[in-house]
Design a protein around this ligand. Structure first.
Ligand code: GLN
Length: 196
């Protein structure tokens, strides 16, 4: 099993670490591949798009030819996990901020996202959430987090904070507004590896 982590920018080491911990707990052999250029995604059984800065990430993954490969992988049913900025990239529809910064999204999930949805005063916070199918009381860390404001047909909403959807799944694509790679709880990564 090869799990690719898009390693352009952001929480790359944290995701790689969480995946390794989870594989070790399961006793699963598996390899983590750090992806900085095109040609590697097609060899992976799953892909993680970490958080960071979605404007920067979008620009670089399209420029490097990685974006097209991710779109193709989703088309082939390969599991893809996007967290925080990664969630923004997966979306089909952005907000005025996405339009203003001319971000080119991957458009592989029928959701509408709002960047930095939790406002300045909540730039960063941790709260316990119940994630349908994954588990209750998950320690969710939000850092200048986006939210999902609309889900299209075929998208399951898995968790909420107030009126905002903060976890959703469409087929093999899982999108989270928070950072499961930053906590010792491995339930999200377990669930993702189960999808492979
Ligand atoms: N606010 C960032 C963005 O929209 C995401 C923040 C993060 O990934 N921690 O790109």
């Amino acid at each position: 099993m090869k799990i690719g982590v898009i390693a352009i920018q952001g929480n790359v080491a944290e995701h790689a670490g969480a995946l390794k911990r989870t594989l070790a707990l399961r006793g699963d052999p598996g390899e983590i591949v750090l992806i900085k250029h095109s040609g590697l995604v097609p060899d992976c059984d799953a892909i993680v798009l970490p958080g960071g800065e979605s404007t920067t990430l979008a620009r670089l993954i399209w420029r490097e030819g990685i974006a097209t490969e991710i779109v193709d992988a989703v088309g082939a049913g390969v599991p893809v996990l996007g967290t925080c900025a990664g969630l923004v990239l997966l979306a089909k529809h952005g907000d005025e901020d996405v339009a203003r910064t001319k971000q080119r999204l991957l458009g592989v999930m029928d959701i509408e996202v709002k960047r930095n949805a939790f406002g300045r005063q909540y730039d960063s916070f941790e709260t316990s959430i119940d994630i349908s199918g994954i588990g209750d009381g998950f320690p969710a860390v939000f850092i200048r987090a986006p939210a999902i404001v609309r889900c299209g047909n075929g998208v399951s909403s898995l968790a909420w904070v107030g009126d905002y959807v903060v976890a959703a799944q469409q087929g093999s694509v899982l999108a989270l507004a928070f950072h499961p790679e930053m906590v010792p709880d491995t339930r999200v990564h377990q669930y993702f590896i189960d999808m492979i």
